[in-house]
Design a binder for this molecule. Structure first.
Ligand SMILES: Cc1ncc(COP(=O)(O)O)c(C=O)c1O
Length: 482
Protein backbone atom coordinates (compact mmCIF):
# COMPACT_ATOMS: atom_id res chain seq x y z
CA UNK A 1 0.00 0.00 0.00
CA UNK A 2 2.82 2.38 0.82
CA UNK A 3 3.39 4.84 -1.94
CA UNK A 4 5.85 2.98 -4.22
CA UNK A 5 6.07 3.58 -7.97
CA UNK A 6 7.74 0.87 -10.10
CA UNK A 7 10.10 1.78 -12.97
CA UNK A 8 8.13 -0.58 -15.24
CA UNK A 9 4.93 1.32 -14.47
CA UNK A 10 3.35 -1.95 -13.33
CA UNK A 11 0.87 -1.89 -10.48
CA UNK A 12 2.39 -4.52 -8.18
CA UNK A 13 0.79 -5.14 -4.76
CA UNK A 14 3.98 -4.85 -2.72
CA UNK A 15 3.91 -6.65 0.62
CA UNK A 16 4.70 -4.42 3.61
CA UNK A 17 5.66 -7.35 5.83
CA UNK A 18 8.08 -10.25 5.76
CA UNK A 19 7.40 -13.92 6.42
CA UNK A 20 9.14 -15.32 9.49
CA UNK A 21 7.12 -18.45 10.13
CA UNK A 22 5.85 -20.81 7.44
CA UNK A 23 3.57 -23.81 7.05
CA UNK A 24 4.31 -26.51 4.47
CA UNK A 25 1.43 -27.15 2.08
CA UNK A 26 0.87 -30.02 -0.35
CA UNK A 27 -0.33 -30.09 -3.92
CA UNK A 28 -1.78 -33.53 -4.65
CA UNK A 29 -2.08 -34.91 -8.21
CA UNK A 30 -5.42 -34.18 -9.87
CA UNK A 31 -6.65 -37.80 -9.59
CA UNK A 32 -6.16 -37.62 -5.80
CA UNK A 33 -7.87 -34.25 -5.68
CA UNK A 34 -10.95 -35.77 -7.30
CA UNK A 35 -10.87 -38.60 -4.77
CA UNK A 36 -10.73 -36.06 -1.90
CA UNK A 37 -13.61 -34.09 -3.43
CA UNK A 38 -15.71 -37.28 -3.63
CA UNK A 39 -14.97 -38.08 0.00
CA UNK A 40 -15.99 -34.51 0.89
CA UNK A 41 -19.38 -34.92 -0.80
CA UNK A 42 -18.46 -32.24 -3.38
CA UNK A 43 -18.70 -29.67 -0.62
CA UNK A 44 -15.48 -27.68 -0.15
CA UNK A 45 -16.33 -27.19 3.56
CA UNK A 46 -15.89 -30.93 4.07
CA UNK A 47 -12.38 -31.18 2.56
CA UNK A 48 -9.54 -31.95 4.94
CA UNK A 49 -7.02 -29.15 5.09
CA UNK A 50 -4.18 -31.62 4.60
CA UNK A 51 -5.53 -32.25 1.06
CA UNK A 52 -5.84 -28.56 0.18
CA UNK A 53 -3.07 -26.61 -1.58
CA UNK A 54 -4.26 -22.99 -1.21
CA UNK A 55 -7.04 -22.57 1.31
CA UNK A 56 -9.15 -19.71 -0.05
CA UNK A 57 -12.33 -20.92 1.67
CA UNK A 58 -12.46 -17.94 4.00
CA UNK A 59 -10.45 -15.41 5.93
CA UNK A 60 -12.25 -16.44 9.13
CA UNK A 61 -9.75 -17.34 11.85
CA UNK A 62 -6.95 -17.91 9.32
CA UNK A 63 -5.43 -14.47 8.84
CA UNK A 64 -1.70 -14.32 9.51
CA UNK A 65 -0.96 -12.96 12.96
CA UNK A 66 1.82 -10.51 13.73
CA UNK A 67 4.79 -11.16 16.01
CA UNK A 68 3.27 -8.65 18.44
CA UNK A 69 0.05 -10.66 18.59
CA UNK A 70 1.98 -13.85 19.39
CA UNK A 71 4.04 -12.02 22.00
CA UNK A 72 0.89 -10.68 23.68
CA UNK A 73 -0.55 -14.20 23.88
CA UNK A 74 2.36 -15.17 26.12
CA UNK A 75 1.43 -12.62 28.78
CA UNK A 76 -2.26 -13.39 29.06
CA UNK A 77 -3.82 -13.26 32.50
CA UNK A 78 -5.66 -16.54 32.92
CA UNK A 79 -8.61 -16.20 35.24
CA UNK A 80 -12.32 -16.96 35.02
CA UNK A 81 -13.43 -13.61 36.37
CA UNK A 82 -11.81 -10.21 36.35
CA UNK A 83 -8.86 -11.11 34.11
CA UNK A 84 -6.49 -8.23 33.33
CA UNK A 85 -6.56 -9.50 29.72
CA UNK A 86 -10.27 -8.67 29.46
CA UNK A 87 -9.80 -5.13 30.75
CA UNK A 88 -6.99 -4.55 28.24
CA UNK A 89 -9.31 -5.68 25.45
CA UNK A 90 -12.28 -3.72 26.74
CA UNK A 91 -10.40 -0.44 27.05
CA UNK A 92 -8.78 -0.87 23.61
CA UNK A 93 -12.16 -1.39 21.97
CA UNK A 94 -13.77 1.47 23.90
CA UNK A 95 -10.95 3.70 22.75
CA UNK A 96 -11.06 2.63 19.08
CA UNK A 97 -14.86 2.77 18.71
CA UNK A 98 -15.62 5.49 21.26
CA UNK A 99 -18.48 3.41 22.68
CA UNK A 100 -19.08 2.85 26.38
CA UNK A 101 -20.10 -0.80 26.78
CA UNK A 102 -18.44 -3.99 25.54
CA UNK A 103 -19.73 -7.57 25.66
CA UNK A 104 -17.42 -10.46 24.69
CA UNK A 105 -18.66 -13.47 22.69
CA UNK A 106 -17.04 -16.56 21.26
CA UNK A 107 -17.55 -15.45 17.64
CA UNK A 108 -19.66 -13.25 15.37
CA UNK A 109 -22.76 -15.42 15.13
CA UNK A 110 -22.97 -15.50 18.92
CA UNK A 111 -23.53 -11.73 18.79
CA UNK A 112 -26.22 -12.34 16.16
CA UNK A 113 -27.92 -14.81 18.47
CA UNK A 114 -27.97 -12.27 21.32
CA UNK A 115 -29.10 -9.44 19.02
CA UNK A 116 -31.91 -11.60 17.56
CA UNK A 117 -33.03 -12.79 21.01
CA UNK A 118 -33.21 -9.28 22.43
CA UNK A 119 -34.41 -7.29 19.43
CA UNK A 120 -36.48 -9.56 17.16
CA UNK A 121 -40.11 -10.40 17.92
CA UNK A 122 -42.15 -12.79 15.73
CA UNK A 123 -43.54 -10.95 12.70
CA UNK A 124 -41.05 -8.08 12.85
CA UNK A 125 -38.60 -7.33 10.07
CA UNK A 126 -34.89 -6.65 10.14
CA UNK A 127 -33.93 -4.40 7.26
CA UNK A 128 -30.37 -4.66 5.94
CA UNK A 129 -28.19 -3.73 3.02
CA UNK A 130 -27.70 -7.48 2.53
CA UNK A 131 -28.01 -10.58 4.66
CA UNK A 132 -25.24 -12.82 5.87
CA UNK A 133 -26.03 -16.53 6.22
CA UNK A 134 -25.75 -16.78 10.02
CA UNK A 135 -27.45 -13.40 10.56
CA UNK A 136 -30.50 -14.44 8.58
CA UNK A 137 -30.67 -17.84 10.29
CA UNK A 138 -30.79 -16.26 13.77
CA UNK A 139 -33.43 -13.71 12.81
CA UNK A 140 -35.72 -16.25 11.15
CA UNK A 141 -35.24 -18.63 14.08
CA UNK A 142 -36.81 -15.92 16.27
CA UNK A 143 -39.78 -15.62 13.88
CA UNK A 144 -38.53 -12.45 12.22
CA UNK A 145 -38.19 -11.56 8.54
CA UNK A 146 -35.20 -10.25 6.66
CA UNK A 147 -35.56 -7.63 3.95
CA UNK A 148 -32.62 -6.50 1.83
CA UNK A 149 -32.51 -2.91 0.67
CA UNK A 150 -29.13 -2.70 -1.00
CA UNK A 151 -28.59 -0.25 -3.88
CA UNK A 152 -29.37 -1.72 -7.31
CA UNK A 153 -25.67 -1.36 -8.21
CA UNK A 154 -24.84 -3.78 -5.40
CA UNK A 155 -26.51 -6.63 -7.25
CA UNK A 156 -24.76 -5.98 -10.55
CA UNK A 157 -21.75 -8.16 -11.20
CA UNK A 158 -19.94 -5.45 -13.15
CA UNK A 159 -20.34 -1.88 -12.01
CA UNK A 160 -18.40 1.34 -11.68
CA UNK A 161 -20.00 2.20 -8.34
CA UNK A 162 -17.30 2.52 -5.68
CA UNK A 163 -19.57 1.71 -2.72
CA UNK A 164 -21.81 -1.12 -3.92
CA UNK A 165 -22.76 -2.07 -0.37
CA UNK A 166 -24.71 1.18 0.08
CA UNK A 167 -28.29 1.06 1.33
CA UNK A 168 -30.90 2.32 -1.15
CA UNK A 169 -32.37 5.28 0.74
CA UNK A 170 -35.63 5.23 -1.26
CA UNK A 171 -36.12 1.55 -0.41
CA UNK A 172 -35.44 2.32 3.25
CA UNK A 173 -38.05 5.10 3.35
CA UNK A 174 -40.52 2.93 1.45
CA UNK A 175 -40.01 -0.02 3.84
CA UNK A 176 -40.59 2.21 6.89
CA UNK A 177 -43.83 3.53 5.38
CA UNK A 178 -45.03 0.09 4.27
CA UNK A 179 -44.11 -1.91 7.39
CA UNK A 180 -44.53 0.81 10.02
CA UNK A 181 -41.57 1.72 12.23
CA UNK A 182 -42.88 -0.32 15.18
CA UNK A 183 -42.69 -3.48 13.02
CA UNK A 184 -39.01 -2.94 12.21
CA UNK A 185 -36.83 -4.81 14.68
CA UNK A 186 -33.71 -2.96 13.55
CA UNK A 187 -31.82 -1.76 10.52
CA UNK A 188 -28.50 -3.55 9.94
CA UNK A 189 -25.59 -2.32 7.88
CA UNK A 190 -22.93 -4.87 7.03
CA UNK A 191 -19.46 -3.43 6.43
CA UNK A 192 -17.67 -4.87 3.38
CA UNK A 193 -20.89 -6.60 2.34
CA UNK A 194 -19.84 -10.24 2.19
CA UNK A 195 -22.35 -11.98 -0.06
CA UNK A 196 -22.31 -9.39 -2.84
CA UNK A 197 -18.54 -9.62 -3.21
CA UNK A 198 -17.01 -7.86 -0.19
CA UNK A 199 -18.38 -4.48 -1.29
CA UNK A 200 -17.96 -1.41 0.96
CA UNK A 201 -20.52 1.04 2.31
CA UNK A 202 -19.81 4.77 2.02
CA UNK A 203 -19.69 7.14 4.97
CA UNK A 204 -22.29 9.44 3.43
CA UNK A 205 -24.70 6.51 3.06
CA UNK A 206 -24.18 5.40 6.67
CA UNK A 207 -24.76 8.97 7.81
CA UNK A 208 -28.04 9.20 5.92
CA UNK A 209 -29.28 5.78 7.11
CA UNK A 210 -28.43 6.74 10.68
CA UNK A 211 -30.31 10.04 10.38
CA UNK A 212 -33.45 8.30 9.09
CA UNK A 213 -33.26 5.55 11.72
CA UNK A 214 -32.83 8.07 14.55
CA UNK A 215 -35.74 10.15 13.25
CA UNK A 216 -37.93 7.03 13.32
CA UNK A 217 -36.60 5.47 16.52
CA UNK A 218 -35.27 2.41 14.66
CA UNK A 219 -32.11 0.91 16.21
CA UNK A 220 -29.15 0.78 13.83
CA UNK A 221 -26.94 -2.32 14.08
CA UNK A 222 -23.53 -2.43 12.41
CA UNK A 223 -21.86 -5.71 11.48
CA UNK A 224 -18.20 -4.70 11.61
CA UNK A 225 -16.77 -8.14 10.81
CA UNK A 226 -15.35 -6.83 7.53
CA UNK A 227 -14.67 -3.33 8.84
CA UNK A 228 -10.96 -3.28 8.01
CA UNK A 229 -11.61 -3.67 4.26
CA UNK A 230 -14.36 -1.05 4.45
CA UNK A 231 -12.04 1.39 6.24
CA UNK A 232 -9.44 0.93 3.52
CA UNK A 233 -12.00 1.65 0.79
CA UNK A 234 -13.32 4.76 2.55
CA UNK A 235 -9.75 6.01 2.77
CA UNK A 236 -8.82 5.37 -0.87
CA UNK A 237 -12.16 5.84 -2.64
CA UNK A 238 -13.62 8.83 -0.81
CA UNK A 239 -11.50 11.94 -1.38
CA UNK A 240 -12.80 13.54 1.82
CA UNK A 241 -11.16 10.83 3.92
CA UNK A 242 -7.78 10.63 2.16
CA UNK A 243 -6.03 12.46 4.96
CA UNK A 244 -8.21 11.36 7.85
CA UNK A 245 -6.82 8.98 10.42
CA UNK A 246 -8.24 5.44 10.35
CA UNK A 247 -9.17 5.66 14.02
CA UNK A 248 -11.09 8.85 13.37
CA UNK A 249 -12.99 7.16 10.51
CA UNK A 250 -13.79 4.21 12.78
CA UNK A 251 -15.08 6.50 15.50
CA UNK A 252 -17.19 8.43 13.05
CA UNK A 253 -18.82 5.21 11.84
CA UNK A 254 -19.44 4.00 15.40
CA UNK A 255 -20.99 7.35 16.38
CA UNK A 256 -23.75 6.66 13.83
CA UNK A 257 -24.63 3.24 15.24
CA UNK A 258 -26.52 1.88 18.24
CA UNK A 259 -24.91 -1.56 18.24
CA UNK A 260 -21.58 -2.52 16.68
CA UNK A 261 -20.76 -6.24 16.59
CA UNK A 262 -18.02 -8.22 14.95
CA UNK A 263 -16.42 -11.55 14.32
CA UNK A 264 -12.85 -11.27 15.59
CA UNK A 265 -12.05 -14.26 13.43
CA UNK A 266 -12.07 -11.60 10.73
CA UNK A 267 -11.64 -8.20 12.31
CA UNK A 268 -8.45 -8.13 14.35
CA UNK A 269 -7.00 -11.39 12.97
CA UNK A 270 -7.71 -13.55 16.01
CA UNK A 271 -10.60 -15.83 16.99
CA UNK A 272 -13.53 -14.48 18.99
CA UNK A 273 -16.16 -11.77 18.82
CA UNK A 274 -17.85 -8.96 20.62
CA UNK A 275 -20.41 -6.19 20.73
CA UNK A 276 -20.18 -2.51 21.57
CA UNK A 277 -23.10 -0.37 22.65
CA UNK A 278 -23.78 3.10 23.97
CA UNK A 279 -27.27 2.56 25.36
CA UNK A 280 -27.26 1.25 28.94
CA UNK A 281 -30.74 -0.30 28.80
CA UNK A 282 -29.99 -2.39 25.72
CA UNK A 283 -26.57 -3.30 27.12
CA UNK A 284 -28.13 -4.62 30.35
CA UNK A 285 -30.67 -6.66 28.39
CA UNK A 286 -28.00 -8.22 26.21
CA UNK A 287 -25.62 -8.72 29.10
CA UNK A 288 -28.02 -11.23 30.67
CA UNK A 289 -27.55 -13.58 27.74
CA UNK A 290 -23.74 -13.60 27.73
CA UNK A 291 -23.24 -15.90 30.75
CA UNK A 292 -26.04 -18.11 29.44
CA UNK A 293 -24.64 -18.74 25.95
CA UNK A 294 -21.03 -17.57 25.98
CA UNK A 295 -19.33 -17.64 29.37
CA UNK A 296 -18.61 -15.22 32.18
CA UNK A 297 -18.62 -11.53 31.26
CA UNK A 298 -14.85 -11.23 31.32
CA UNK A 299 -14.17 -13.88 28.68
CA UNK A 300 -17.42 -14.63 26.78
CA UNK A 301 -16.24 -18.01 25.50
CA UNK A 302 -12.81 -16.82 24.36
CA UNK A 303 -9.47 -17.99 25.70
CA UNK A 304 -7.43 -15.23 27.32
CA UNK A 305 -4.69 -15.83 24.73
CA UNK A 306 -7.09 -15.10 21.91
CA UNK A 307 -8.28 -11.98 23.70
CA UNK A 308 -4.69 -10.72 23.91
CA UNK A 309 -4.18 -11.45 20.20
CA UNK A 310 -7.41 -9.61 19.47
CA UNK A 311 -6.38 -6.54 21.48
CA UNK A 312 -3.16 -6.18 19.48
CA UNK A 313 -4.90 -7.16 16.23
CA UNK A 314 -7.47 -4.41 16.74
CA UNK A 315 -4.71 -1.84 17.31
CA UNK A 316 -2.98 -3.04 14.14
CA UNK A 317 -6.24 -2.56 12.22
CA UNK A 318 -5.49 1.15 12.47
CA UNK A 319 -2.39 0.66 10.25
CA UNK A 320 -3.07 1.17 6.54
CA UNK A 321 -0.19 -1.20 5.59
CA UNK A 322 -1.97 -3.96 7.51
CA UNK A 323 -5.50 -3.41 6.27
CA UNK A 324 -4.57 -2.71 2.65
CA UNK A 325 -2.92 -6.07 2.04
CA UNK A 326 -6.08 -8.08 1.37
CA UNK A 327 -7.77 -5.49 -0.90
CA UNK A 328 -4.66 -4.98 -3.04
CA UNK A 329 -4.16 -8.73 -3.47
CA UNK A 330 -7.87 -9.16 -4.28
CA UNK A 331 -7.48 -6.47 -6.90
CA UNK A 332 -4.40 -8.22 -8.34
CA UNK A 333 -6.28 -11.54 -8.59
CA UNK A 334 -9.36 -9.88 -10.11
CA UNK A 335 -7.26 -8.00 -12.67
CA UNK A 336 -5.36 -11.16 -13.61
CA UNK A 337 -8.69 -12.96 -14.21
CA UNK A 338 -10.29 -10.04 -16.02
CA UNK A 339 -7.30 -9.84 -18.36
CA UNK A 340 -8.08 -13.45 -19.34
CA UNK A 341 -11.74 -12.61 -19.99
CA UNK A 342 -13.05 -14.28 -16.83
CA UNK A 343 -16.13 -12.67 -15.26
CA UNK A 344 -15.56 -11.43 -11.70
CA UNK A 345 -17.36 -8.98 -9.45
CA UNK A 346 -16.13 -5.44 -10.10
CA UNK A 347 -14.93 -3.15 -8.79
CA UNK A 348 -12.80 -5.59 -6.75
CA UNK A 349 -13.93 -5.57 -3.12
CA UNK A 350 -12.35 -6.81 0.07
CA UNK A 351 -12.31 -10.34 1.49
CA UNK A 352 -11.70 -12.18 -1.77
CA UNK A 353 -12.07 -12.35 -5.50
CA UNK A 354 -15.60 -13.32 -6.52
CA UNK A 355 -15.97 -15.23 -9.78
CA UNK A 356 -19.38 -14.97 -11.43
CA UNK A 357 -20.61 -18.55 -11.83
CA UNK A 358 -23.71 -17.37 -13.68
CA UNK A 359 -21.58 -16.34 -16.67
CA UNK A 360 -18.81 -18.91 -16.12
CA UNK A 361 -21.21 -21.87 -15.97
CA UNK A 362 -24.24 -20.47 -17.82
CA UNK A 363 -24.90 -23.98 -19.19
CA UNK A 364 -25.58 -25.35 -15.68
CA UNK A 365 -29.13 -24.68 -14.42
CA UNK A 366 -29.44 -22.81 -11.12
CA UNK A 367 -31.18 -25.90 -9.70
CA UNK A 368 -27.88 -27.76 -10.14
CA UNK A 369 -25.88 -25.31 -8.01
CA UNK A 370 -23.61 -23.80 -10.63
CA UNK A 371 -21.48 -21.92 -8.08
CA UNK A 372 -21.07 -25.09 -6.00
CA UNK A 373 -20.10 -27.00 -9.14
CA UNK A 374 -17.54 -24.32 -10.01
CA UNK A 375 -16.08 -24.52 -6.49
CA UNK A 376 -15.74 -28.31 -6.82
CA UNK A 377 -14.24 -28.05 -10.32
CA UNK A 378 -11.76 -25.39 -9.13
CA UNK A 379 -10.51 -27.65 -6.36
CA UNK A 380 -10.15 -30.58 -8.76
CA UNK A 381 -8.30 -28.44 -11.33
CA UNK A 382 -6.01 -26.65 -8.88
CA UNK A 383 -6.12 -27.80 -5.27
CA UNK A 384 -7.43 -24.30 -4.46
CA UNK A 385 -10.34 -24.40 -2.04
CA UNK A 386 -12.92 -21.65 -2.60
CA UNK A 387 -16.43 -21.28 -1.24
CA UNK A 388 -19.83 -21.41 -2.93
CA UNK A 389 -21.78 -18.21 -2.30
CA UNK A 390 -25.01 -18.79 -4.17
CA UNK A 391 -28.14 -20.96 -4.03
CA UNK A 392 -26.47 -23.71 -1.98
CA UNK A 393 -25.85 -21.08 0.70
CA UNK A 394 -29.58 -20.30 0.83
CA UNK A 395 -32.20 -22.22 2.76
CA UNK A 396 -35.20 -23.79 1.03
CA UNK A 397 -38.60 -22.05 1.36
CA UNK A 398 -41.13 -23.56 3.77
CA UNK A 399 -42.84 -25.38 0.85
CA UNK A 400 -39.54 -27.08 -0.08
CA UNK A 401 -38.88 -25.01 -3.19
CA UNK A 402 -35.45 -23.53 -3.79
CA UNK A 403 -34.71 -19.97 -2.70
CA UNK A 404 -32.58 -18.99 -5.69
CA UNK A 405 -29.74 -16.68 -4.85
CA UNK A 406 -29.55 -13.33 -6.61
CA UNK A 407 -25.88 -13.93 -7.24
CA UNK A 408 -24.07 -17.19 -7.94
CA UNK A 409 -20.48 -16.65 -6.89
CA UNK A 410 -17.33 -18.63 -6.31
CA UNK A 411 -15.48 -16.78 -3.58
CA UNK A 412 -11.71 -17.08 -3.49
CA UNK A 413 -10.90 -15.54 -0.14
CA UNK A 414 -7.58 -13.80 0.38
CA UNK A 415 -6.87 -14.04 4.11
CA UNK A 416 -4.75 -11.20 5.45
CA UNK A 417 -1.01 -11.56 4.72
CA UNK A 418 -1.17 -15.33 4.07
CA UNK A 419 -0.48 -15.87 0.35
CA UNK A 420 2.28 -14.76 -1.98
CA UNK A 421 1.87 -13.18 -5.39
CA UNK A 422 3.03 -16.35 -7.20
CA UNK A 423 0.26 -18.29 -5.43
CA UNK A 424 -2.23 -15.69 -6.61
CA UNK A 425 -0.88 -16.09 -10.16
CA UNK A 426 -1.12 -19.91 -9.96
CA UNK A 427 -4.77 -19.59 -8.91
CA UNK A 428 -5.53 -17.29 -11.85
CA UNK A 429 -3.72 -19.64 -14.23
CA UNK A 430 -5.76 -22.71 -13.24
CA UNK A 431 -9.05 -20.79 -13.25
CA UNK A 432 -8.19 -19.57 -16.75
CA UNK A 433 -7.68 -23.19 -17.83
CA UNK A 434 -11.00 -24.10 -16.28
CA UNK A 435 -12.69 -21.21 -18.07
CA UNK A 436 -11.35 -22.46 -21.42
CA UNK A 437 -12.82 -25.86 -20.59
CA UNK A 438 -15.94 -24.68 -18.80
CA UNK A 439 -18.22 -26.72 -21.07
CA UNK A 440 -16.84 -29.80 -19.27
CA UNK A 441 -18.13 -28.69 -15.85
CA UNK A 442 -21.49 -30.24 -14.91
CA UNK A 443 -24.01 -29.75 -12.13
CA UNK A 444 -24.42 -31.18 -8.62
CA UNK A 445 -27.29 -32.68 -6.65
CA UNK A 446 -27.72 -33.20 -2.92
CA UNK A 447 -27.37 -36.66 -1.43
CA UNK A 448 -27.69 -35.36 2.14
CA UNK A 449 -29.34 -32.00 2.71
CA UNK A 450 -29.53 -30.46 6.20
CA UNK A 451 -32.47 -28.11 6.75
CA UNK A 452 -30.50 -25.23 8.30
CA UNK A 453 -27.24 -23.83 6.91
CA UNK A 454 -27.03 -26.75 4.46
CA UNK A 455 -23.91 -25.41 2.77
CA UNK A 456 -21.81 -26.15 5.85
CA UNK A 457 -22.21 -29.91 5.96
CA UNK A 458 -24.56 -31.00 3.16
CA UNK A 459 -23.23 -33.67 0.77
CA UNK A 460 -23.65 -33.72 -3.01
CA UNK A 461 -22.69 -35.74 -6.07
CA UNK A 462 -21.93 -34.76 -9.65
CA UNK A 463 -24.66 -35.16 -12.25
CA UNK A 464 -23.10 -37.30 -15.00
CA UNK A 465 -19.45 -38.14 -15.63
CA UNK A 466 -18.05 -34.62 -15.92
CA UNK A 467 -15.34 -34.89 -13.29
CA UNK A 468 -13.57 -37.65 -15.24
CA UNK A 469 -13.76 -35.73 -18.48
CA UNK A 470 -12.21 -32.76 -16.70
CA UNK A 471 -9.28 -34.88 -15.55
CA UNK A 472 -8.75 -36.33 -19.04
CA UNK A 473 -8.53 -32.82 -20.48
CA UNK A 474 -6.16 -31.69 -17.70
CA UNK A 475 -3.78 -34.56 -18.43
CA UNK A 476 -3.91 -33.76 -22.17
CA UNK A 477 -3.04 -30.13 -21.56
CA UNK A 478 -0.61 -30.35 -18.63
CA UNK A 479 0.98 -33.82 -19.01
CA UNK A 480 2.20 -35.04 -15.64
CA UNK A 481 2.12 -31.62 -13.97
CA UNK A 482 0.54 -31.48 -10.53
C1 LIG B 1 -20.27 -10.29 7.59
C2 LIG B 1 -20.23 -11.41 8.57
N1 LIG B 1 -21.02 -11.35 9.66
C3 LIG B 1 -21.02 -12.32 10.57
C4 LIG B 1 -20.21 -13.43 10.44
C5 LIG B 1 -20.24 -14.53 11.48
O1 LIG B 1 -19.07 -14.54 12.21
P1 LIG B 1 -18.49 -15.90 12.84
O2 LIG B 1 -18.07 -16.79 11.72
O3 LIG B 1 -17.34 -15.46 13.69
O4 LIG B 1 -19.57 -16.51 13.64
C6 LIG B 1 -19.37 -13.53 9.35
C7 LIG B 1 -18.52 -14.70 9.17
O5 LIG B 1 -18.02 -15.04 8.15
C8 LIG B 1 -19.38 -12.49 8.38
O6 LIG B 1 -18.63 -12.52 7.27
Amino acid sequence: MSNVTFLSGENIPLEMHKVRMVQKINLLPIEKRLQCMKEAGFNTFLLKNRDVFLDMLTDSGVNAMSENQYAAMMQADDSYAGSETFYRLESTLQDIFGMKYFLPTHQGRACENIIAQTMVKPGTTALMNFHFTTTKAHITLMGGNVEEIISDEGLKIQSNALFKGDVDICKLNEAITRLGKEKIAFMRIEAGTNLVGGQPVSMSNMREVSRICRENGIPLVYDASLLSDNLYFIKVRDKKYKNIDIKEITREIASLMDVVYFSARKLGSARGGGMLLSDEKLFLKMRELVPLFEGFLTYGGMSVREMEAMTVGMQETLDIDVISQTPIFVEALCNELLSKGIPVVTPPGGLGCHVDATQFCSHIPQTQYRAGALAAATFIASGVRGMERGTMSEQRNDDGSEQFSEMELLRLAVPKRVFTLSQVKYTADRIAWLFNNRHLIGGLEFTEEPKVLRFFFGRLKPIGNWTHELIEQFRKDFGDSL
